[in-house]
Design a protein around this ligand. Sequence first.
Ligand SMILES: [Mg+2]
Length: 232
Amino acid sequence: MTVRLVGFDGDDTLWFHEDIFVAAQEEITSIISRYVSDLRWAEAFSEIEVRNLRYYGYGVKSFILSAIETSVTVARESITAADIARFIEISKRMIRKEVFVIDGTIEAINAIKVNYMIGLITKGDIIEQHSKLDASGLIEVFDVIEIVRQKDAGSYRGVLKKFNLSAHEFVMVGNSVKSDIDPVLEIGAWAIHIPTKLIWEHENAPPPLHHERYRQAPNIEAVPEIIRAINN
Ligand SMILES: [Mg+2]
């Protein structure tokens, strides 16, 4: 068993992410509560956000376009231009927000880097992901950077093919079962799951605890040792 590439998810694996969306959601909900109930808003927004992924993908721009569409849908003519402008201001603030790298990340990556290629495999808007990567100060540590449209079995196969790797030579580390774990196990590779408290409802899924190539880590600091054990 020889692992060659260790791939890391970015959002909420290397740096904090979901908290920014939760805070923005709260701010938007307080603006929209003048027009509709929180429940009506939450249901409509959730549906429109998912429907729009195929048009706009993931990220802040997609999020805010869905919020605008939802507000126009549920508040009809009454939503004011001033409130729409506040939504747009919120989105710009989200993008400008400082990137906080999760404790222990640099040490863990440096420990793994001694023996393996390190990759960032993240999905979402290219501009947003690149600016987060720049702000994180982590760009230099990666041998491979892949920003994919969707994290499914096909896109992981594509990454392996590009670097001429077999599935058993690849370990993916991430917080989302749907994006970082299930499709990786499906192609025959290894997956290390670092569960996080905050996770986008549409990314949430039960972890495949009994899968032979599934490992769970309490935090990123535990990952080097798990990889060592996989490789033995
Ligand atoms: Mg993530």
